[in-house]
Design a protein. Structure first.
Length: 430
């Protein structure tokens, strides 16, 4: 059954159908061909009510906050501050690229927001600095992957919903892996820059660093509000999204005075459209999940995997390998909402920590953003840098390997993911 649905889904994707329609149409087509017209009612009800979840309220506010940050040109200020801090290291603008993405990830919660907003500034600066276009595109795409890992994160919220995990634990669990990703990418930039003799920027004085920090400080407070509020328990992740959105609105309109209420209206329309598309994908995948559950697909997956190995570590590696391969032909969000519910029963049976699995799932599926042939991060950065797929693929391999190494460490050392959530929220009840 699952093979028929996936094949029809891929065929619709390649024909240009939107993700939500591809998922929903393949589900309905299967039911029609099977002659199971009664089940269509249940699937329809599941699709209608799937987005009726309190946790998902955070998504439109995260999207709106990211749009407000992009439109108010806060990205330029972040880039300037990052340049003053790490620009003097060999491969200067490459380090600035990664460091700026780490900062912006604490505001946007989206890989696409980082790639399309901050990425445009980063690639232009690197090309002007005579950096190789393929290197510029690759480091930008790879660093944007940090966006959905360090909180806030739209993908983490969706991942928590589809796997039945605590959103707060998932968000906090991404902090340490996100920081490790950033330092890992900077290590790759350093060694490539040394071997290729890339220029470094002049070291700026401490006075200039402080001046740029003060200029960026109001924007950086967004991170303090969201992450600090969640960690201290002052508000939930959903409430944090609302508060951060209000703060970003006040900052953009009244402090930086980047735009007026007319443009704000257009931003809100764009947020509504993007939220609708996102929730439609989630709802369509929920209908597919119901069908898969009733057909006992999760149980079949468990039996197949257990037939290969019963070692939890090997099971995680098997899942990671499958997800990376699937990410080369499917978009990360659709894979998240489809595979999350299917794999969760297997993970629970194996005794794997659900927060560890959830963060690994989100991070692994982010590879779909940067790998050819359909990764959106790949398309955007190659377009900005005017790079072909062959040159990009050669360069992205270095960054792909270091990000994969972080995932491997998360498998062998669950504490990388679970330590902070357990400190903040207490050890989970067994």
């Amino acid at each position: 059954m699952i093979g028929i649905i996936f094949l029809s889904m891929l065929a619709l994707f390649f024909l240009g159908a939107p993700m939500s329609f591809g998922i929903l149409a393949s589900t309905v087509l299967f039911l029609f061909f099977q002659g199971n017209f009664v089940e269509i009612t249940s699937v329809t009800a599941q699709v209608i009510f799937a987005s009726d979840t309190y946790v998902l309220i955070a998504i439109p506010f995260f999207i709106l906050a990211a749009d407000l940050m992009n439109e108010s040109r806060i990205t330029d200020r972040i880039f300037g501050f990052a340049k003053s801090v790490v620009g003097h290291i060999p491969g200067g603008l490459g380090h600035v690229n990664v460091f700026a993405s780490m900062i912006f990830s604490g505001m946007s919660g989206s890989c696409l927001a980082d790639t399309s907003g901050l990425g445009k500034v980063e690639i232009k600066a690197m090309l002007d600095g005579k950096y190789d276009p393929a290197f510029s595109a690759s480091v930008t795409a790879a660093s944007a992957m940090i966006g959905p890992i360090i909180p806030p994160s739209i993908s983490m919220v969706i991942g928590a919903v589809v796997t039945g995990t605590s959103p707060g634990r998932m968000l906090v669990g991404g902090i340490m892996p996100g920081i490790m990703m950033g330092f890992g990418l900077m290590a790759v930039v350093y060694f490539l820059a040394k071997s290729r003799n890339y220029d470094r920027l002049p070291r700026e004085s401490f006075k200039i660093v402080i001046k740029k920090f003060i200029a960026t400080c109001p924007a950086l407070m967004t991170i303090v509000i969201m992450v600090g509020g969640i960690i201290t328990g002052i508000f939930t992740p959903t409430e944090a999204a609302v508060i951060a959105c209000i703060y970003a609105l006040l900052l953009s309109v009244f402090y930086y005075r980047s735009f007026g209420f007319k443009k704000l209206f257009r931003i809100m329309i764009s947020t509504g459209v993007n939220t609708g598309a996102l929730l439609f994908i989630l709802s369509a995948a929920s209908g597919l999940g119901l069908l898969a559950t009733r057909a006992q697909i999760p149980q079949q997956i468990i039996q197949s995997v257990v037939g290969i190995t019963s070692n939890p570590t090997l099971v995680l590696f098997l899942i990671i390998g499958i997800l990376i391969l699937m990410g080369m032909v499917m978009e990360d969000l659709s894979l998240l909402v489809i595979m999350g519910p299917l794999l969760t029963p297997l993970v629970k049976q194996m005794g794997i920590d659900p927060v560890q699995f959830g963060v690994i799932l989100v991070l692994t599926l982010m590879f779909a953003m940067i790998t050819p042939p359909i990764g959106m991060g790949f398309y955007i950065t190659c377009n900005y840098a005017n790079v072909d797929v062959i040159a990009y693929s050669k360069e992205i391999l270095w960054f792909f390997l270091v990000l994969l190494f972080v995932v491997i460490l998360m498998v062998f050392f669950p504490g990388i993911v679970t330590t902070l959530p357990n400190l903040v929220f207490g050890a989970p009840l067994v």
